[in-house]
Design a protein around this ligand. Sequence first.
Ligand code: HEM
Length: 423
Amino acid sequence: MSSTVSFDATDDAVVQCPYEHYRNMRDEAPVLELDGASLGRLNERVFAVSRHEDVKRILHDTTTFSSRFGGASAKPSPELMARLKEVMVDGWPSVSTLLTEDPPSHTRYRRLVSMAFTPRRVSRLEPALRQICETLVDDFGEESRVDFIAKFAVPLPIAAVATILEIPDRRREDFKRWADSSVAAIGRAITDDERVAAERDILEQQHYFVSELDARRDDPRDDFLTDLLNAELTADDEVEGGPLDTPEMLSIIRQIQVAGSETTASLLADLMVQLAEHPDEWERLKADPSRAPKVVEEALRWASPNQGLFRIVQEDTEVAGTPIPKGSTVWIMYGSADHDDRVFDDPEAFNPDRERLNSHIAFGHGIHFCLGAALARLEAVTALKVMAARLDTISVVEPESLRYGSSFILRGLEHLELDVTYQ
Ligand code: HEM
């Protein structure tokens, strides 16, 4: 399909408001070749796939479309690689695990991690999450102006993952620094010095978790790390392989931390903006907090905090009539798919009562479906219920100055100041 549509994921105007661009792509160039370098994929042919139907088909066909895209950060130069290696002489190698693996290796990881990250373990967190949310709102201190991202959206997901990983209070600040460093280079350009500093934090985190895992080898507990350590495949599993070794466990812990922090923070911030902009929805939520799951689901669709990820094409193929050669990278655009009017009526509207609410793919689809979806949902629903019980009115201070950060993978507001009154 020849078209005049162009798309630059690094253009600030696009970052701030991508949806019109996405619509043009879906309507006129559902498979659009992009400049690979602009997405940190140097010397690669990159094709952006924007329609819901095509994205879902790709997610199902894990044979043609491999997840071995090697990470979502730009590849380091040889000089930077040497500096990073120097930091890591005293560390453990980073191992490609869940997100960046294909079956059967992915199947083994997913099975073993699922034995530790169980629905029961997530649902048991609810009282702790409620308490964390209450404390964070207490910390607003009856101020009318609230820096929502710093005071709520960022700390809640970090506290949630820290609770799962049993990080003691005295190490929570370190954990936050490690989490920030782990996401620093995802989908955005940072300097070499920043990348090296981030690597030092990752090394520090590795040492911390190796000693925590060692402690559980000697003295097992009823917790996630102990279950991760002891997870073993059985004859009933569709896949073979041994238990997780130390580099694998460290990489999985890091992936949970990376995948669970900024995404959920962005969801919480966009959720509050939507409620502030739709006072009728806010009033209905206060009167009936059981609406919270619907509101969260619509915010997931609307915001799609993970806007897109990559797949590597294993054999010559075509998508929506466009040939894509073997070796190309495909950018699967969750953010565009979730605004596709072939699936969602009036997609730019925020409407928790819409039809096909659950057709969104903000958590992906198929074998890589977000491992933390239940946790992210629980955090957001708990947060909303606490907000609805504690706050009376909410509005955004200077809505015209809201800005999204520059990552084309993790879409989230940089800053959000709310004006609130209390009940
Ligand atoms: C609103 C919050 C979140 C969003 C929007 C989100 C989005 C996603 C998406 C789109 C994928 C699929 C990637 C693919 O197809 O390649 C994914 C996978 C994943 N997510 Fe999430 N996520 C969120 C929260 C979390 C949380 C809280 C955790 C963990 C505590 C988590 C852990 C993971 C992991 C480990 C994977 C890889 C799963 C696999 O490859 O089998 N995510 N997430």
